[in-house]
Design a protein around this ligand. Structure first.
Ligand code: KIV
Ligand code: ZN
Length: 514
């Protein structure tokens, strides 16, 4: 392998990542995340699956119209209709890509597609040739590739490249491969596909056995030059390969994996936070690179070593991924100008009207909390700007509780712009708030999970609540933050209800299962 060859980072947080149970994002949230991913330096961004729903098509189209440097890909099955919709969504991107796929394993052919191997090759050729009439930038994926017959895979890839594919992708769709086997498969395909040199070889791994990062890195060592990843490793079931793990492994172990990426690592941590905030999916504390404990040293002997020289126990510097102890904090005396400048540094270029909304929320928070840090501002932007078009909004909450009173909540909501108010009882303050909100919204969701944490350190930190709700088979996550934990709970619940509303009007991807 020549030294420092570049690996293309293909981010699919907005497509495969959004397939995480309950992780739907609205159009504004997707656009914000896409802008952040471009800043992070991803080479290709898979913005969605336009044929899945009108909402997906619209979101992909918005993103395509916004990004300048990053390629924008739209996913499509091998049908003309899917490819047309993907093209409709990405065509006005500065760098559009069509990503078409069909399964190649015998089990998928027999039970899902009910097609012969020859028919699948013909379909792949037909799809790539059709896509080629629209763009030169075509990726072809052999779904369930890792469980497909090796020689058949080589034939499929050879045919796809001959038809015009510029990237061929080998997915480990069900997370079944183990590193040595997967690396061997990559080498085999590269050695036995005559025209493989005309395309970029890509891999796409799932994490069902916790091996997605290892499989991806082994594939890179075997010659793959595109890695498909998501932020925080979110995605179907156990998720996808995590961007931060692959990128930081390459960065930290350059001597062993002599490859580089275009990722600006200092944006890894802020991007991870944004994804968690927007999707409601909590990052496990011991998650490599971005978990809350990833740079925390508990054992005395470790702490002592780190104080003497951080490299005794730290293989990466926290600053490299954008974790800095010297964060700029704002307080109640900070003015509009300071706030605008700081938000610009965080890459939020707000209109005057948006700044007014954020400034008011910032002042309210600064009255209750001495130091307002980046995490707080992100919550303000997410709740105040990105979620404004939502059906249900909390306008007022008052809760009485204690040892001698029956917990009671008075709530005022705006429902599609109409104000409603009411009161109700419950077992405790959260229960009474949720019961009242459910009554006012006429919803009947079941609360599957309720988690409370703190957004930052310190006793005045904002409480951060995540809920998981189910209604009529639809599952959604909701997230809310506030210095008052009951208000944070109500916000999270309302956010979850809004996501359920979104799912009701945007049929889930399962309806067009891949
Ligand atoms: O996991 C998979 O096979 C996929 C393909 C659509 C690339 O996500
Ligand atoms: Zn996948």
């Amino acid at each position: 392998m020549s030294s420092q060859e570049r690996v293309i980072i293909f981010d699919t947080t907005l497509r495969d990542g959004e397939q995480s149970p309950g992780a739907s994002m609205n159009t504004g949230e997707k656009l914000r995340l896409a802008i952040q991913l471009e800043k992070l330096g991803v080479d290709v961004l898979e913005a969605g699956f336009p044929a899945a729903s009108a909402g997906d098509l619209e979101a992909v189209s918005n993103i395509a119209g916004k990004l300048q440097r990053t390629e924008v890909a739209g996913l499509a099955r091998t049908s003309k209709e899917d490819i047309d919709q993907a093209w409709q969504a990405v065509q006005h991107a500065a760098k559009p890509r069509i990503h078409t796929f069909i399964a190649t394993s015998d089990i998928h052919l027999k039970y899902k597609l009910k097609m012969s191997r020859e028919a699948v090759i013909d379909k792949a050729i037909e799809a790539v040739k059709y896509a080629k009439t629209l763009t030169d930038n075509i990726e072809f994926s052999a779904e369930d590739g890792s469980r497909s017959d090796r020689d058949y895979l080589c034939k499929v890839f050879e045919a796809a490249i001959a038809a015009g594919a510029t990237t061929v992708n080998l997915p480990d769709t069900v997370g079944y491969a183990v590193p040595e086997e997967f690396g061997d498969l990559v080498k085999y395909i590269m050695a036995h596909t005559p025209n493989i040199g005309k395309a970029v070889f890509s891999v796409h791994c799932h994490n069902d056995l916790g091996l997605a990062t290892a499989n991806t890195l082994t594939a890179v060592q075997a010659g793959a030059r595109q890695a498909e990843v998501t932020i925080n490793g979110i995605g179907e079931r156990a998720g996808n390969t995590s961007l931060e793990e692959v990128v930081m492994a390459m960065h930290t172990r350059r001597n062993f994996i002599p490859t580089s990426t275009n990722i600006r690592t200092e944006y890894i941590h802020p991007t991870s936070r944004l994804v968690s905030m927007i999707t409601g999916i909590i990052v496990q504390p011991n998650k490599a690179i971005v978990g809350a404990n990833a740079f925390a040293h508990e054992a005395g002997i470790h702490q002592d070593g780190v104080l003497k020289n951080p490299m005794t126990y730290e293989i990466m510097k926290p600053e490299t991924i954008g974790l800095s102890a010297n964060r700029l904090v704002l307080g109640k005396h900070s003015g509009r100008h300071a706030l605008r400048e700081h938000l610009k540094e965080m890459d939020y270029d707000l209109s005057d009207e948006e700044l007014n909304v954020v400034f008011k929320r910032f002042k309210d928070l600064a009255d209750r909390k001495k130091h307002v840090v980046d995490e707080d501002l992100e919550v303000i932007i997410t709740e105040g700007i990105l979620r404004t078009a939502e059906v249900f909004q909390l306008e007022y909450l008052h809760v009485t509780c204690g040892t001698t009173v029956l917990p009671m909540a008075s709530v005022q909501l705006s429902i599609n712009g109409r104000t409603v108010r009411g009161a109700g009882y419950g077992n405790g303050p959260v229960d009474s708030a949720f019961n009242t909100i459910a009554k006012l919204t006429g919803t009947q969701s079941e609360l599957l999970r309720f988690t409370v944490g703190a957004l930052t350190g310190g006793t005045d930190a904002q409480g951060e609540v995540t809920v998981r709700l189910r209604e009529n088979g639809l599952v959604a996550l909701g997230k809310g933050a506030d210095p008052d934990i009951i208000t944070a709970s109500a916000k999270a619940y309302i956010n979850g209800l809004n996501r359920l509303e979104y799912l009701k009007t945007n049929p889930a991807r399962e309806a067009v299962a891949v």
